[in-house]
Design a protein around this ligand. Structure first.
Ligand code: ZN
Length: 290
């Protein structure tokens, strides 16, 4: 993917805020570069573009609700067992994605989302929720947070996609209920999200996805303090070292065979389509260390 596709877009950003009455914590994100980078590198088309973008924004929001050293992965198995979408969000702010499908990956009957969070030491937690056609990724992630993390929240992710299938804007929010939350502010918030935020794509377009404006609108009339800010982007984790390390699992005979052929090996990263050339010398090194 050429970097010019993302060059003219402002950096992705998330902010968090807490209301002074102790009722709500809000996180808002603009994730356009992340979702466009993922969709383009995966050559996503049709309904898969928006579904993949929503998964990436949702996975990102889940990570941001957690302690900063968690990595969060979201995996959707499409309706009717048709294809898989993956989003992989890391503590450094980078998120990447993957499509494994021969046709469109859609939501509805049988579509499932698996969310996994893991720590660098390997500790892992996961939950599985359904992805309905009506409530989509937003509903699925909200259910995950409630059932698996015991967090009551309202969450929305959305994108604006051009007729040509290019992502123009992506973003979302999560409103978490804090322990001090009481009935009156909750009712106001509920009504606001139900009415003013029902069409989140329109809201995002109005504010050009600016997370500050999104938070200001969600918390309109309430006093709040902005607490944290995060820089985010589409970013992969691959490197020539990692590619070489992945070859270490290839059997000795296969390695010898590759060396005998003496052709430089080209390996492409499934996530970002970066191509790596592995020279025969490097393979020989692998053989002596294994
Ligand atoms: Zn990569």
């Amino acid at each position: 993917m050429s970097s010019t596709d993302l060059e003219n877009l402002p950096m992705d950003r998330a902010i968090s805020a807490v209301t002074h009455d102790g009722s709500f914590r809000v996180l808002a994100v603009r994730s356009t570069r992340t979702t466009r980078g993922i969709a383009k590198s995966q050559r996503a088309s049709g309904p898969t573009v928006e579904n993949l973008a929503d998964l990436a924004s949702g996975t990102l929001l889940v990570r941001l609700t957690m302690a900063p050293n968690y990595r969060v992965q979201g995996i959707i198995q499409g309706a009717g067992g048709q294809g898989t979408l993956v989003a992989d969000s890391w503590p450094d702010g980078g998120t990447r994605g993957l499509v494994r499908a021969s046709g469109p990956v859609v939501f509805g009957e049988g579509a499932r989302m698996q969310l996994m969070r893991s720590l660098p030491n390997g500790a892992m937690h996961q939950g599985i929720v359904e992805v309905s056609r009506e409530h989509r990724v937003s509903g699925a992630v909200m259910n995950y947070l409630l059932e698996s993390e015991q967090v009551t929240s309202a969450l929305g992710v959305a994108s604006v996609v051009s007729e040509e299938g290019e992502i123009l804007l992506s973003g979302g929010y999560v409103v978490q209920l804090l322990p001090e939350c009481t009935e009156p502010p909750l009712a106001v918030m509920y009504e606001r999200l139900r009415h003013d935020f029902a069409d989140l794509s329109r809201v995002l377009a109005e504010h050009d996805g600016d997370p500050d404006k999104l938070v200001a609108e969600i918390l309109s009339g309430m006093e709040y303090t902005r607490t944290l800010e995060f820089d985010l982007d589409f970013r992969c984790r691959c490197s020539s070292e990692r590619v070489l390390a992945s070859l270490a699992t290839v059997g000795k005979h296969e390695l010898e065979d590759m060396i005998r052929k003496a052709e430089p090996l080209a390996i492409t990263c499934d996530y970002c389509r970066q191509e790596y050339q592995v020279q025969t010398e490097m393979l020989r090194g692998l053989l002596t260390t294994s």
